[in-house]
Write a protein of this length. Structure first.
Length: 277
């Protein structure tokens, strides 16, 4: 999808890999690095936070859509390094800021006083899964899937993933999926309660648009009240969970297992973890 294919749309933040368009009462915020499966960098996430907050404050916007361009929703954080020195530089100088902006996006989505819907057009992986689950609900194409994808990295979920996954699946299923790295296909995600609707690839965008317009026609104060009430009951420990994820992810990034995960990915082999817990 490009600006030219969205009638009435306007583009912002495209230079950092985000595409923001407006169609009547709908503000669409899209991860826009299709050549990298929409893997995210700190500058992209900062633009996404600004876009969500601006849409939340704009009275002409009634519903916010979070999606991806190309064949992926979001493949997670861009953590592919050419050299060990490059990885070390990221850990020392950029990793904390990236975690903070991930958390800021998750919180902005949850706190927006209007519906924020994940329109999951393809794989939602790692923190991409976290962002999809941070939304009030998700709709998906049959080509979509969700996957924690931390089992080979020496890391664990961030961007609120531990909180959102546990809220959606319950403790046991959430831990099984995180520890085993389960890829959950769209129909299975629907059965598990991770997404609310699944449509064929051919009708996906049209059906999603119909649903967004239906939400936009509803009572804005009632939607805001419902969202606040449900989130207060379902996500009472979100801030605590984000702080805990920030603490352990910084520790894991500096551990031997993350270094092994990076090396194994670069060498196209399974990792051989040996770090203590």
């Amino acid at each position: 999808m490009s600006a030219d294919t969205v009638a009435g749309g306007e583009v912002a933040a495209e230079e950092v890999g985000m595409l923001i368009t407006t169609r009547g009462p709908i503000r669409e915020i899209a991860f826009n690095r299709p050549e990298r499966m929409n893997s995210v960098r700190p500058d992209m996430l900062a633009a996404a936070v600004d876009a969500v907050n601006e849409a939340a404050a704009d009275p002409s916007v009634r519903v916010i859509s979070l999606t991806g361009t190309g064949r992926a929703f979001c493949a997670g954080a861009a953590l592919v390094f050419a050299t060990e020195a490059e990885a070390s530089a990221f850990i020392e100088h950029e990793s904390t800021g990236m975690i903070d902006v991930m958390n800021a996006l998750a919180m902005a989505i949850v706190q927006a006083p209007k519906p924020v819907i994940a329109v999951v057009n393809g794989p939602a992986v790692g923190v991409g899964m976290s962002f999809a689950l941070a939304c009030d609900f998700a709709v998906a194409s049959r080509a979509a899937s969700v996957k924690p994808a931390f089992e080979c990295s020496g890391l664990r979920p961030d961007g609120g993933g531990t909180v959102f996954f546990a809220a959606a699946l319950g403790r046991s299923k959430a831990l099984a999926s995180i520890l085993l790295g389960d890829r959950i296909a769209a129909q299975d995600a629907l059965a598990a309660g991770l997404v609310a609707r699944v449509w064929s690839d051919a009708e996906f965008r049209d059906r999603a648009e119909e649903l967004l317009l239906q939400l936009a026609s509803g009572s804005a104060p009632a939607a805001a009240a419902a969202k606040r009430a449900v989130n207060a009951l379902a996500l009472p420990t979100l801030a605590e969970g984000l702080a805990f994820e920030r603490e352990y992810q910084q520790r894991l990034l500096r551990g031997a297992d993350f270094a092994e995960g990076v090396a194994a990915f670069a060498q196209r082999r399974p990792p051989k973890f040996g770090g203590a817990g």
